[in-house]
Design a protein around this ligand. Structure first.
Ligand SMILES: Cc1ncc(COP(=O)(O)O)c(C=O)c1O
Length: 494
């Protein structure tokens, strides 16, 4: 057989075909939107480049990334105990060296040893649900939190809560006639993922004037209307504490929503990634309310299917980049669970370091151990700073002309409403932007503060909002914002 050289092959004559362009791609992917990393953050990236090449080129010296709940990008320090244990399990040879006792407290070493007894290596694939030992720690945490039993077999460790959402929505979507009740405003992962799966968003609006509360009666109405239009409502998403609203659901509201879900056979997806970010009021898990209701009436709530999500990205741990999370699935039929496990198996397993971090998050240093004191003060420091800044931002917004903001009870965000003049609307239209996007663009250009327009989360038509995190350290940026706002309002007065 004769062999051709590369030179001979390159001489073969043919007309090259053009590259693929976007309109040849999956149309569902093309319509998916994710504003958290959308147009305004893209402009911020460009301005960052400008500052790098000329630090004096802009009226500010740095970009404040208030567009995304990514605490460690904004100088939040990782909690020491977590990183000590992770360092030891990444490089377990350290555990065999006496020197380790000089640099790590004994409880971090003990914890790393305990993990390594249950794990071959963080470099090996684990079970697709995650390592059993980690799932056991999660189940114990849920039991302590809710005062009801939890089963490690119901726990699926995931690569952040996002991958749990992707599994659930892709499996529950059965064509464009399948409807999902999504709070508006919402975290845009949900609408993006439903667009990808060609399923229908059934919005239910949160009541802004009542601190973004939910009304079960409205949810019933949305379900009834969807059914008359031939849409089959499949699941309802509750984000508690809320993103972008920062509001917290009461026990009563959760119970009323569970009644509606049980009556209509709708799966409940409880996104509880902010369960530790609670500054006012109390977080009650949907699982606890469901178990309490089941105690009162075992048959009515028997078939209720609940997926509860948590993550290492939020709380005081803020380890977004480690991609740790879990979902607890209760009430699902075995045939559905098998399909969820199959989806998880297709991705082989969640990152094992992220799994370990989940188990550390839910099982912090014991009170009698040396890491407890530093752990407590690190955590409290982060918590107090978040709480203080959330309040300062809320007060600052309500002092600004034409701005109103509900007091954030939890999470990491404020979602103020902006009353914008006709002049702003006209200028926005001239620049091809919605009015809230125009405001965010001007804010960014003048102060370096990067936010996300309300349209990225959904809002009552005709109202305008923006979302900002309160993660950025210091308060100078809030003062700069207030000054910008005053100038903006003067410039665009009708
Ligand atoms: C409400 C909500 N759910 C889920 C996520 C996804 O978090 P992760 O995938 O990092 O766990 C986020 C991230 O901001 C969020 O705000």
């Amino acid at each position: 057989m004769s062999h051709s050289t590369l030179a001979q092959i390159a001489k073969v004559d043919f007309k090259p075909a053009p590259k693929l362009v976007d309109n040849q791609l999956n149309p569902h992917a093309l319509v998916a939107k994710y504003a958290v990393r959308g147009r305004i953050p893209t402009m911020a990236e460009q301005l960052k480049g400008t500052l790098q090449s000329d630090p004096d080129a802009l009226p500010f010296d740095k970009i404040i990334s208030a567009n995304i709940g990514n605490p460690q990008q904004l100088d939040q320090k990782p909690i020491t105990f977590y990183r000590q244990v992770l360092a030891l399990i990444e490089y377990p040879d350290l555990l065999k060296n006496d020197y380790v006792n000089k640099i790590f407290p004994h409880d971090a070493i003990d914890r790393a040893n305990e993990i390594m007894e249950n794990l071959v290596s963080v470099g090996a694939y684990s079970h697709s649900k995650g390592v059993l030992y980690f799932r056991q720690t999660v189940a114990r945490y849920i039991e302590d939190r809710d005062d009801h039993p939890a089963d490690p077999e119901d726990i699926y460790l995931t690569a952040g809560a996002s991958s749990a959402v992707n599994y659930l929505l892709s499996l529950l979507s059965n064509g464009p006639q399948t409807g999902f009740l999504i709070p508006i405003p919402q975290y845009p992962l949900y609408t993006a993922s439903l667009a990808l799966n060609d399923a229908k968003v059934l919005p239910y609006y949160l009541k802004e004037e009542e601190n973004w509360s939910v009304e079960a009666s409205e949810i019933s109405e949305v379900i009834k209307k969807a059914k008359t239009e031939g849409i089959s409502p499949r699941a309802i998403v509750l984000i508690n504490p809320g993103n972008p609203t920062g509001s917290i659901l009461t026990e009563e509201t959760i119970a009323e929503i569970l009644n509606v879900a049980a009556e209509h056979g709708i799966v409940v997806i409880a996104d509880e990634v902010y369960q530790e970010n609670v500054y006012e009021g109390e977080f009650i898990s949907v699982k606890k309310v469901l178990r309490d209701l089941q105690k009162l009436d075992s048959t009515k709530y028997e078939n209720l299917q609940l997926a509860s999500l948590h993550s290492t990205s939020k709380g005081m741990i803020g380890e977004c980049g480690q991609r740790g999370g879990y979902m607890e699935l209760i009430g699902f039929d075995q045939s559905v669970l098998s399909q969820i496990l199959k989806l998880a198996s297709i991705s082989l397993c969640p990152p094992v370091i992220g799994q370990a971090l989940v188990s550390l998050m839910v099982n912090p240093p014991h009170e009698s151990h040396p890491s407890h004191g530093p752990f407590r003060s690190e955590k409290l420091g982060i918590f107090n700073a978040l709480k203080e800044r959330s309040h300062k931002l809320y007060l600052a917004f309500n002092k600004m002309e034409g701005v109103s903001c509900q007091e954030p009870q939890g999470a990491m965000y404020c979602f103020p409403q902006l009353t914008l003049s006709k002049k702003v609307k006209a200028a926005a239209a001239d620049s091809g932007m919605a009015p809230d996007e125009f405001y965010c663009a001007k804010l960014l250009e003048n102060t370096g503060v990067c936010t996300v327009p309300g349209s990225g989360f959904g809002q009552v038509p005709g109202t305008w909002h923006l979302r900002t995190t309160f993660l950025a350290p210091g308060t100078e940026w809030i003062d700069n914002w207030a000054k910008f706002h005053e100038n903006f309002m003067n410039e665009y007065r009708d």
